[in-house]
Design a protein around this ligand. Structure first.
Ligand code: CTP
Length: 404
Protein backbone atom coordinates (compact mmCIF):
# COMPACT_ATOMS: atom_id res chain seq x y z
CA UNK A 1 0.00 0.00 0.00
CA UNK A 2 1.58 3.36 -0.98
CA UNK A 3 2.33 5.69 1.96
CA UNK A 4 1.54 9.37 1.43
CA UNK A 5 2.17 12.21 3.86
CA UNK A 6 -0.53 14.84 3.35
CA UNK A 7 0.78 18.22 4.54
CA UNK A 8 -1.88 20.84 5.23
CA UNK A 9 -0.89 24.47 5.85
CA UNK A 10 -2.84 27.46 7.07
CA UNK A 11 -4.95 28.65 4.16
CA UNK A 12 -8.68 28.95 3.73
CA UNK A 13 -8.47 26.06 1.22
CA UNK A 14 -7.38 23.71 4.06
CA UNK A 15 -10.92 22.33 4.11
CA UNK A 16 -10.40 20.99 0.58
CA UNK A 17 -7.53 18.83 1.87
CA UNK A 18 -10.23 16.77 3.61
CA UNK A 19 -11.68 15.84 0.21
CA UNK A 20 -8.20 15.07 -1.11
CA UNK A 21 -7.52 12.85 1.92
CA UNK A 22 -10.76 10.92 1.36
CA UNK A 23 -10.05 10.43 -2.34
CA UNK A 24 -6.57 9.07 -1.67
CA UNK A 25 -7.76 6.72 1.08
CA UNK A 26 -10.56 5.49 -1.22
CA UNK A 27 -7.93 4.77 -3.88
CA UNK A 28 -6.07 2.47 -1.46
CA UNK A 29 -3.40 4.90 -0.23
CA UNK A 30 -2.19 4.99 3.40
CA UNK A 31 -2.51 8.70 4.25
CA UNK A 32 -0.61 10.22 7.20
CA UNK A 33 -1.87 13.78 7.72
CA UNK A 34 0.55 16.43 8.97
CA UNK A 35 -1.52 19.52 9.70
CA UNK A 36 0.44 22.57 10.86
CA UNK A 37 -0.65 24.08 14.14
CA UNK A 38 -1.90 27.22 12.37
CA UNK A 39 -3.83 25.12 9.84
CA UNK A 40 -5.79 23.53 12.68
CA UNK A 41 -7.50 26.92 13.05
CA UNK A 42 -9.00 26.38 9.58
CA UNK A 43 -9.88 22.71 9.79
CA UNK A 44 -10.29 20.51 12.84
CA UNK A 45 -7.98 17.58 13.35
CA UNK A 46 -10.97 15.40 14.27
CA UNK A 47 -12.08 15.49 10.61
CA UNK A 48 -8.77 14.10 9.36
CA UNK A 49 -8.60 11.66 12.28
CA UNK A 50 -11.90 10.19 11.10
CA UNK A 51 -10.88 9.90 7.44
CA UNK A 52 -7.11 9.36 7.29
CA UNK A 53 -5.18 6.14 7.84
CA UNK A 54 -3.51 7.37 11.02
CA UNK A 55 -4.04 10.19 13.52
CA UNK A 56 -3.12 13.75 12.64
CA UNK A 57 0.31 14.96 13.71
CA UNK A 58 1.11 18.63 14.08
CA UNK A 59 4.17 18.96 16.21
CA UNK A 60 7.69 17.60 16.37
CA UNK A 61 6.90 16.87 20.00
CA UNK A 62 3.84 14.64 19.58
CA UNK A 63 4.26 11.31 21.36
CA UNK A 64 3.63 9.04 18.37
CA UNK A 65 7.28 8.42 17.60
CA UNK A 66 10.47 9.71 19.21
CA UNK A 67 11.56 11.20 15.86
CA UNK A 68 8.34 11.60 13.87
CA UNK A 69 9.78 13.57 10.95
CA UNK A 70 12.29 10.85 10.07
CA UNK A 71 9.65 8.14 10.40
CA UNK A 72 7.31 10.05 8.11
CA UNK A 73 10.01 11.21 5.68
CA UNK A 74 11.54 7.77 5.32
CA UNK A 75 8.24 5.87 5.10
CA UNK A 76 6.71 8.19 2.53
CA UNK A 77 6.41 7.21 -1.11
CA UNK A 78 5.19 10.72 -1.77
CA UNK A 79 4.59 13.92 0.20
CA UNK A 80 1.85 16.25 -1.02
CA UNK A 81 1.27 19.66 0.53
CA UNK A 82 -2.23 21.02 -0.17
CA UNK A 83 -2.79 23.84 0.31
CA UNK A 84 0.77 25.15 0.36
CA UNK A 85 0.91 28.73 1.63
CA UNK A 86 3.47 31.30 0.49
CA UNK A 87 5.09 30.91 3.91
CA UNK A 88 5.45 27.12 3.56
CA UNK A 89 6.99 27.52 0.07
CA UNK A 90 9.50 30.04 1.46
CA UNK A 91 10.45 27.85 4.39
CA UNK A 92 10.76 24.74 2.24
CA UNK A 93 12.83 26.56 -0.40
CA UNK A 94 15.03 27.98 2.37
CA UNK A 95 15.62 24.57 3.96
CA UNK A 96 13.92 25.40 7.27
CA UNK A 97 12.99 22.54 9.57
CA UNK A 98 11.28 24.27 12.47
CA UNK A 99 8.03 22.31 12.47
CA UNK A 100 6.98 18.76 11.70
CA UNK A 101 5.98 19.44 8.10
CA UNK A 102 9.14 21.29 7.02
CA UNK A 103 11.31 18.77 8.90
CA UNK A 104 9.50 15.93 7.10
CA UNK A 105 10.00 17.65 3.74
CA UNK A 106 13.75 17.84 4.40
CA UNK A 107 13.94 14.29 5.73
CA UNK A 108 12.37 12.63 2.71
CA UNK A 109 13.75 11.39 -0.58
CA UNK A 110 10.24 10.72 -1.84
CA UNK A 111 8.53 12.67 -4.63
CA UNK A 112 7.22 15.97 -3.25
CA UNK A 113 4.16 17.68 -4.72
CA UNK A 114 3.15 21.19 -3.64
CA UNK A 115 -0.23 22.74 -4.42
CA UNK A 116 0.01 26.48 -3.75
CA UNK A 117 -3.10 28.47 -2.81
CA UNK A 118 -3.10 32.14 -1.91
CA UNK A 119 -4.34 35.54 -3.02
CA UNK A 120 -3.43 36.60 -6.56
CA UNK A 121 -1.11 39.37 -5.39
CA UNK A 122 0.84 36.92 -3.25
CA UNK A 123 0.89 34.24 -5.98
CA UNK A 124 2.30 36.70 -8.50
CA UNK A 125 4.88 38.16 -6.12
CA UNK A 126 8.43 37.59 -7.39
CA UNK A 127 9.45 36.14 -4.01
CA UNK A 128 6.83 33.39 -4.29
CA UNK A 129 7.70 32.68 -7.93
CA UNK A 130 11.43 32.59 -7.12
CA UNK A 131 10.80 30.09 -4.32
CA UNK A 132 8.76 27.93 -6.70
CA UNK A 133 11.59 28.14 -9.24
CA UNK A 134 14.04 26.91 -6.60
CA UNK A 135 11.76 24.05 -5.60
CA UNK A 136 11.14 23.04 -9.21
CA UNK A 137 14.86 23.01 -9.93
CA UNK A 138 15.15 20.43 -7.14
CA UNK A 139 12.53 18.19 -8.74
CA UNK A 140 9.52 19.24 -6.66
CA UNK A 141 6.28 18.90 -8.64
CA UNK A 142 4.11 22.03 -8.54
CA UNK A 143 0.39 21.79 -9.25
CA UNK A 144 -0.41 25.42 -9.99
CA UNK A 145 -3.49 27.14 -8.60
CA UNK A 146 -6.50 27.89 -10.77
CA UNK A 147 -8.42 31.06 -11.52
CA UNK A 148 -11.56 31.50 -9.47
CA UNK A 149 -13.19 32.91 -6.39
CA UNK A 150 -10.78 33.54 -3.52
CA UNK A 151 -11.29 34.21 0.18
CA UNK A 152 -13.14 37.46 0.90
CA UNK A 153 -15.01 37.32 -2.43
CA UNK A 154 -12.03 38.33 -4.57
CA UNK A 155 -11.60 36.81 -8.00
CA UNK A 156 -8.32 35.80 -9.61
CA UNK A 157 -5.50 33.31 -9.87
CA UNK A 158 -4.53 31.54 -6.65
CA UNK A 159 -7.37 29.14 -5.89
CA UNK A 160 -6.21 25.65 -4.89
CA UNK A 161 -6.37 23.17 -7.78
CA UNK A 162 -9.38 20.87 -7.56
CA UNK A 163 -8.84 17.98 -5.07
CA UNK A 164 -9.95 15.50 -7.78
CA UNK A 165 -7.18 16.79 -10.04
CA UNK A 166 -4.54 16.73 -7.28
CA UNK A 167 -5.56 13.16 -6.39
CA UNK A 168 -5.26 12.11 -10.02
CA UNK A 169 -1.73 13.54 -10.36
CA UNK A 170 -0.66 11.98 -7.02
CA UNK A 171 -1.99 8.56 -8.07
CA UNK A 172 -0.22 8.79 -11.44
CA UNK A 173 3.05 9.70 -9.73
CA UNK A 174 2.65 6.81 -7.28
CA UNK A 175 1.95 4.39 -10.11
CA UNK A 176 5.08 5.49 -11.90
CA UNK A 177 7.13 5.33 -8.71
CA UNK A 178 5.99 1.76 -8.14
CA UNK A 179 7.06 0.90 -11.68
CA UNK A 180 10.58 2.29 -11.22
CA UNK A 181 11.03 1.46 -7.52
CA UNK A 182 13.37 -1.41 -8.28
CA UNK A 183 15.60 0.72 -10.46
CA UNK A 184 18.96 0.91 -8.67
CA UNK A 185 20.72 4.26 -8.40
CA UNK A 186 23.31 3.93 -11.14
CA UNK A 187 26.08 6.12 -12.49
CA UNK A 188 25.67 4.72 -15.98
CA UNK A 189 26.60 8.06 -17.58
CA UNK A 190 29.82 8.49 -15.56
CA UNK A 191 32.64 9.73 -17.77
CA UNK A 192 30.16 10.85 -20.46
CA UNK A 193 29.57 14.41 -21.64
CA UNK A 194 25.93 15.31 -22.24
CA UNK A 195 24.68 18.52 -23.89
CA UNK A 196 21.03 19.50 -23.44
CA UNK A 197 19.11 22.45 -24.90
CA UNK A 198 16.00 23.79 -23.17
CA UNK A 199 13.28 26.42 -23.41
CA UNK A 200 11.63 28.47 -26.12
CA UNK A 201 13.78 30.85 -28.15
CA UNK A 202 12.94 34.57 -28.31
CA UNK A 203 13.23 36.22 -31.68
CA UNK A 204 13.38 40.02 -31.43
CA UNK A 205 11.07 42.25 -33.45
CA UNK A 206 12.37 45.51 -32.02
CA UNK A 207 14.19 46.41 -28.76
CA UNK A 208 11.07 45.69 -26.66
CA UNK A 209 9.20 42.90 -28.47
CA UNK A 210 9.90 39.34 -29.51
CA UNK A 211 8.26 36.21 -30.95
CA UNK A 212 8.36 33.14 -28.75
CA UNK A 213 6.41 29.97 -27.86
CA UNK A 214 4.96 28.29 -24.79
CA UNK A 215 7.97 26.17 -23.84
CA UNK A 216 9.02 26.65 -20.20
CA UNK A 217 12.31 24.72 -20.37
CA UNK A 218 11.22 22.39 -17.56
CA UNK A 219 11.67 19.15 -19.51
CA UNK A 220 15.12 20.22 -20.71
CA UNK A 221 16.17 21.20 -17.19
CA UNK A 222 14.88 17.86 -15.88
CA UNK A 223 16.98 16.08 -18.54
CA UNK A 224 20.08 17.98 -17.45
CA UNK A 225 19.43 17.07 -13.81
CA UNK A 226 18.81 13.39 -14.59
CA UNK A 227 22.00 13.15 -16.67
CA UNK A 228 23.97 14.80 -13.89
CA UNK A 229 22.48 12.43 -11.29
CA UNK A 230 23.60 9.52 -13.47
CA UNK A 231 27.17 10.78 -13.37
CA UNK A 232 27.50 12.75 -16.64
CA UNK A 233 29.24 16.07 -17.09
CA UNK A 234 26.39 18.25 -18.31
CA UNK A 235 26.20 21.43 -20.39
CA UNK A 236 22.77 23.03 -20.44
CA UNK A 237 22.01 25.59 -23.17
CA UNK A 238 18.83 27.29 -22.04
CA UNK A 239 16.54 30.26 -22.52
CA UNK A 240 15.05 29.72 -19.05
CA UNK A 241 16.44 31.64 -16.10
CA UNK A 242 15.30 29.28 -13.34
CA UNK A 243 18.04 28.25 -10.89
CA UNK A 244 20.05 25.18 -11.91
CA UNK A 245 21.89 22.56 -9.84
CA UNK A 246 25.48 23.82 -9.44
CA UNK A 247 26.93 20.61 -10.95
CA UNK A 248 25.47 21.62 -14.33
CA UNK A 249 27.28 24.14 -16.57
CA UNK A 250 24.69 26.64 -17.78
CA UNK A 251 24.95 28.53 -21.08
CA UNK A 252 22.18 31.17 -21.20
CA UNK A 253 20.85 31.98 -24.69
CA UNK A 254 17.93 33.95 -26.16
CA UNK A 255 17.58 33.44 -29.90
CA UNK A 256 17.72 30.48 -32.31
CA UNK A 257 21.01 31.93 -33.62
CA UNK A 258 22.53 31.98 -30.08
CA UNK A 259 21.27 28.48 -29.44
CA UNK A 260 22.67 27.21 -32.74
CA UNK A 261 26.13 28.67 -32.06
CA UNK A 262 26.24 27.24 -28.53
CA UNK A 263 24.97 23.79 -29.53
CA UNK A 264 27.28 23.39 -32.52
CA UNK A 265 30.29 24.35 -30.38
CA UNK A 266 29.38 22.15 -27.41
CA UNK A 267 28.25 19.14 -29.46
CA UNK A 268 31.80 18.58 -30.74
CA UNK A 269 33.11 15.56 -28.86
CA UNK A 270 29.96 15.15 -26.72
CA UNK A 271 28.68 11.61 -26.13
CA UNK A 272 25.00 12.61 -26.03
CA UNK A 273 23.20 15.65 -27.46
CA UNK A 274 19.56 16.30 -26.57
CA UNK A 275 17.56 19.01 -28.36
CA UNK A 276 14.67 19.64 -25.98
CA UNK A 277 14.50 23.35 -26.83
CA UNK A 278 11.50 24.68 -28.71
CA UNK A 279 13.35 26.56 -31.42
CA UNK A 280 11.35 29.19 -33.30
CA UNK A 281 10.86 28.07 -36.89
CA UNK A 282 10.61 31.65 -38.14
CA UNK A 283 12.12 34.95 -37.03
CA UNK A 284 11.72 38.56 -38.18
CA UNK A 285 13.94 39.01 -41.23
CA UNK A 286 15.14 42.34 -39.83
CA UNK A 287 15.05 43.73 -36.29
CA UNK A 288 13.92 47.35 -35.92
CA UNK A 289 16.62 49.36 -34.15
CA UNK A 290 14.08 51.47 -32.28
CA UNK A 291 10.65 50.68 -30.86
CA UNK A 292 7.91 50.31 -33.47
CA UNK A 293 5.20 52.90 -32.79
CA UNK A 294 1.43 52.61 -33.24
CA UNK A 295 1.41 55.99 -34.88
CA UNK A 296 3.54 54.59 -37.71
CA UNK A 297 0.75 52.11 -38.59
CA UNK A 298 0.63 48.30 -38.50
CA UNK A 299 4.11 46.98 -39.35
CA UNK A 300 4.61 44.44 -42.13
CA UNK A 301 6.39 41.71 -40.24
CA UNK A 302 8.53 39.82 -42.76
CA UNK A 303 9.66 36.46 -41.41
CA UNK A 304 12.52 34.22 -42.48
CA UNK A 305 13.15 30.57 -41.51
CA UNK A 306 15.64 29.77 -38.75
CA UNK A 307 18.24 27.07 -39.29
CA UNK A 308 17.18 23.55 -38.27
CA UNK A 309 19.74 22.98 -35.51
CA UNK A 310 18.84 19.35 -34.88
CA UNK A 311 19.18 18.48 -38.56
CA UNK A 312 22.59 20.23 -38.62
CA UNK A 313 23.67 18.27 -35.54
CA UNK A 314 22.47 15.10 -37.28
CA UNK A 315 24.62 15.84 -40.34
CA UNK A 316 27.83 16.58 -38.46
CA UNK A 317 27.71 14.18 -35.55
CA UNK A 318 30.68 11.99 -34.88
CA UNK A 319 30.83 8.22 -34.58
CA UNK A 320 29.13 6.91 -31.46
CA UNK A 321 27.42 10.18 -30.51
CA UNK A 322 23.78 9.66 -29.52
CA UNK A 323 21.42 12.38 -30.78
CA UNK A 324 17.96 12.91 -29.27
CA UNK A 325 15.23 15.19 -30.60
CA UNK A 326 11.81 16.17 -29.33
CA UNK A 327 8.50 16.52 -31.13
CA UNK A 328 5.71 18.47 -29.46
CA UNK A 329 2.68 17.65 -31.56
CA UNK A 330 -1.02 18.46 -31.51
CA UNK A 331 -2.26 15.70 -33.85
CA UNK A 332 -1.07 12.49 -35.48
CA UNK A 333 1.68 12.41 -32.86
CA UNK A 334 3.55 9.17 -33.57
CA UNK A 335 3.46 9.42 -37.36
CA UNK A 336 4.74 13.01 -37.37
CA UNK A 337 7.43 12.18 -34.81
CA UNK A 338 8.59 9.16 -36.83
CA UNK A 339 8.83 11.37 -39.90
CA UNK A 340 11.02 13.88 -37.96
CA UNK A 341 13.21 11.06 -36.65
CA UNK A 342 14.04 10.02 -40.19
CA UNK A 343 14.26 13.53 -41.67
CA UNK A 344 16.62 14.87 -39.00
CA UNK A 345 18.81 11.77 -38.74
CA UNK A 346 18.48 11.27 -34.97
CA UNK A 347 18.66 8.13 -32.84
CA UNK A 348 15.68 8.86 -30.60
CA UNK A 349 12.74 11.21 -30.78
CA UNK A 350 10.63 11.99 -27.73
CA UNK A 351 7.08 12.77 -28.83
CA UNK A 352 4.30 14.23 -26.77
CA UNK A 353 0.74 15.30 -27.42
CA UNK A 354 0.72 18.82 -25.99
CA UNK A 355 -3.07 19.00 -26.19
CA UNK A 356 -3.46 16.24 -23.53
CA UNK A 357 -4.15 17.40 -19.94
CA UNK A 358 -1.01 18.02 -17.79
CA UNK A 359 1.29 17.19 -20.71
CA UNK A 360 4.10 19.33 -22.08
CA UNK A 361 4.34 23.10 -21.99
CA UNK A 362 4.70 24.63 -18.54
CA UNK A 363 3.51 21.56 -16.64
CA UNK A 364 5.69 19.65 -14.19
CA UNK A 365 4.33 16.42 -15.62
CA UNK A 366 4.58 14.89 -19.07
CA UNK A 367 3.55 11.78 -20.99
CA UNK A 368 5.67 10.74 -23.98
CA UNK A 369 6.37 8.12 -26.59
CA UNK A 370 10.08 7.54 -27.25
CA UNK A 371 10.70 6.33 -30.79
CA UNK A 372 14.07 4.90 -31.81
CA UNK A 373 15.75 4.68 -35.21
CA UNK A 374 16.20 1.02 -34.20
CA UNK A 375 12.39 0.61 -34.32
CA UNK A 376 11.95 0.26 -30.54
CA UNK A 377 9.17 2.30 -28.88
CA UNK A 378 8.81 3.18 -25.18
CA UNK A 379 5.54 4.59 -23.81
CA UNK A 380 5.88 6.71 -20.67
CA UNK A 381 2.50 7.39 -19.02
CA UNK A 382 1.84 10.71 -17.24
CA UNK A 383 4.59 11.27 -14.68
CA UNK A 384 7.04 13.92 -13.46
CA UNK A 385 9.44 15.43 -15.99
CA UNK A 386 12.45 14.05 -14.12
CA UNK A 387 11.01 10.52 -14.48
CA UNK A 388 10.48 11.16 -18.21
CA UNK A 389 14.11 12.30 -18.40
CA UNK A 390 15.28 9.04 -16.82
CA UNK A 391 13.20 7.03 -19.29
CA UNK A 392 14.97 8.90 -22.12
CA UNK A 393 18.42 8.23 -20.63
CA UNK A 394 17.53 4.55 -20.09
CA UNK A 395 17.22 4.35 -23.89
CA UNK A 396 20.34 6.50 -24.46
CA UNK A 397 22.43 4.27 -22.19
CA UNK A 398 21.36 1.21 -24.17
CA UNK A 399 22.47 2.89 -27.39
CA UNK A 400 25.82 3.94 -25.91
CA UNK A 401 26.43 0.35 -24.83
CA UNK A 402 25.58 -1.11 -28.23
CA UNK A 403 26.78 1.24 -30.96
CA UNK A 404 25.60 0.31 -34.44
N1 CTP B 1 14.49 21.97 -33.94
C1 CTP B 1 15.71 22.55 -34.23
N2 CTP B 1 15.77 23.69 -34.96
C2 CTP B 1 14.66 24.27 -35.46
C3 CTP B 1 13.38 23.69 -35.18
C4 CTP B 1 13.34 22.53 -34.42
O1 CTP B 1 16.73 22.03 -33.79
N3 CTP B 1 14.75 25.38 -36.15
C5 CTP B 1 14.46 20.72 -33.16
C6 CTP B 1 13.70 20.81 -31.84
O2 CTP B 1 14.60 21.15 -30.78
C7 CTP B 1 13.17 19.39 -31.67
C8 CTP B 1 12.98 18.90 -33.10
O3 CTP B 1 13.78 19.76 -33.92
O4 CTP B 1 14.13 18.56 -31.06
C9 CTP B 1 11.57 18.93 -33.57
O5 CTP B 1 11.07 20.23 -33.47
P1 CTP B 1 9.66 20.60 -34.11
O6 CTP B 1 9.41 22.06 -33.91
O7 CTP B 1 8.65 19.63 -33.60
O8 CTP B 1 9.94 20.24 -35.63
P2 CTP B 1 9.97 21.09 -36.92
O9 CTP B 1 11.04 20.51 -37.77
O10 CTP B 1 10.09 22.53 -36.61
O11 CTP B 1 8.58 20.74 -37.58
P3 CTP B 1 7.13 21.43 -37.38
O12 CTP B 1 7.29 22.60 -36.44
O13 CTP B 1 6.75 21.81 -38.76
O14 CTP B 1 6.25 20.34 -36.80
Amino acid sequence: MPFVVLGVTAGIAAYKAVDLCRRLVDAGVHVAPVVTERATRFVGTATFDALASEPVQSSLWDEVSPIPHTRLGQSADLVVVAPATADLLARFAGGHADDLLTATLLATRATVVVCPAMHTEMWEHPAVQANLGTLRSRGVVVIPPEDGRLAGGDQGSGRLAEPAHIAEVVLELLAHRAAVADRPVVSDLAGRRVVVSAGGTREPIDPVRYLTNRSSGKQGHALALAASDRGATVDLVTTSRTPVDPRIRVHPVETAADLEAAMLALADGADVVVMAAAVADFRPASVASSKLRKTDGIPDLVLEPTPDILAALGRRRTEGQVLVGFAAETEDVVRRAAEKLARKGVDLIVANDVTAPDVGFDHDTNAVTILGADGATTEVALTGKVAVAHAVFDRVVRLLATPE
